[in-house]
Write a protein that binds this ligand. Structure first.
Ligand code: ADP
Ligand code: MG
Length: 253
């Protein structure tokens, strides 16, 4: 990013679905090397905000700036190529394909063409380099030994980490993770947190949606809290934990 400018700068982002304002003029920034948690009760607008940031949905109003450039209106494919990678709330792997093939497809997304057309036209050299890149990312997240297994045969915690490896294959500056810890066992959550801390130490910035406050508390640098589409609080985890508006949002609903 240009010196001083945040990796991600969301300005007055708004999304209306008919009469329902799912994201209501939300602003926040994420600086290089930070892990920021986006939390809030179900229906708060977290996934919608992710979709606005990553170009999956158009904004009703507001702006998204990535690495100092205004990017709202650009398609997600272009944003991925520019260094913004994401995962979705529900696992989107190709379960019958191998672990490494799932990542190789992610590596291919770095190009601008649609992945399927591209995969069909790959020559051997291109294919070899995609698989080498995929192998690097699997080793990076500790899944190297599972490379030839069927993706669908992995435990859920490993599938989530595999999705992160696939996102890493786009060589992102910013990773957007939508509820990566949902449904995971305690040990799996610890393994996931370790991977995310390591990525942060390598300079990857991370925006993470999470419903479960306990998981994010020990991991994130900062929290942004949403309720009914609105940003109701922002700050360091310890301050947020005792914020009356946050307690009300979680307990009052
Ligand atoms: P969260 O991820 O915080 O649980 P969402 O962003 O999924 O919340 O949803 C926020 C609100 O927007 C909810 O009321 C949801 O029903 C609504 N919503 C989300 N996507 C759509 C859509 N495509 N069309 C209409 N309403 C939607
Ligand atoms: Mg959601």
């Amino acid at each position: 990013p240009a010196t001083g400018s945040p990796v991600l700068d969301v300005r007055q982002a708004r999304k209306a679905f008919g009469g329902l304002v799912a994201v209501n003029d939300v602003s926040f920034a994420l600086n290089a090397g930070e892990i920021v948690g986006l939390i809030g009760p179900n229906g708060a607008g977290k996934s919608t905000l992710f979709n606005l940031i990553s170009g999956v949905l158009p904004l009703t109003a507001g702006e998204v700036h990535f690495m100092g450039e205004r990017v709202d209106g650009q398609p997600s494919r272009k944003l991925a190529a520019a260094g913004m990678a994401r995962t979705f709330q529900h696992v989107r792997l190709l379960p019958a394909m191998s672990v490494i093939e799932n990542v190789a497809i992610g590596a291919h997304l770095r190009g601008h063409k649609g992945w399927l057309a591209g995969v069909l036209r790959l020559n051997r050299t291109e294919e070899a380099s995609l698989f080498a890149e995929a192998r690097t990312q699997l080793d990076r997240v500790g899944l190297g030994e599972a490379a030839t297994r069927e993706a669908g045969s992995l435990a859920l915690g490993q599938q989530r980490i595999l999705e992160i490896a696939r996102a890493l294959a786009c060589d992102p500056v910013l990773l957007l993770l939508d509820e990566p810890a949902a449904g995971l066992r305690h040990q799996e959550k610890l393994a996931l947190a370790a991977v995310l801390r390591q990525l942060r130490s390598e300079g990857v910035s991370i925006l993470l949606v999470e419903h479960d406050m306990d998981f994010v508390m020990g991991l994130v640098d900062r929290l942004v809290v949403m309720d009914f589409g609105t940003r109701i609080a922002e700050g360091e985890p310890e301050a947020i934990r005792y914020n009356p508006a946050v307690i009300e949002a979680y307990l009052g609903g």
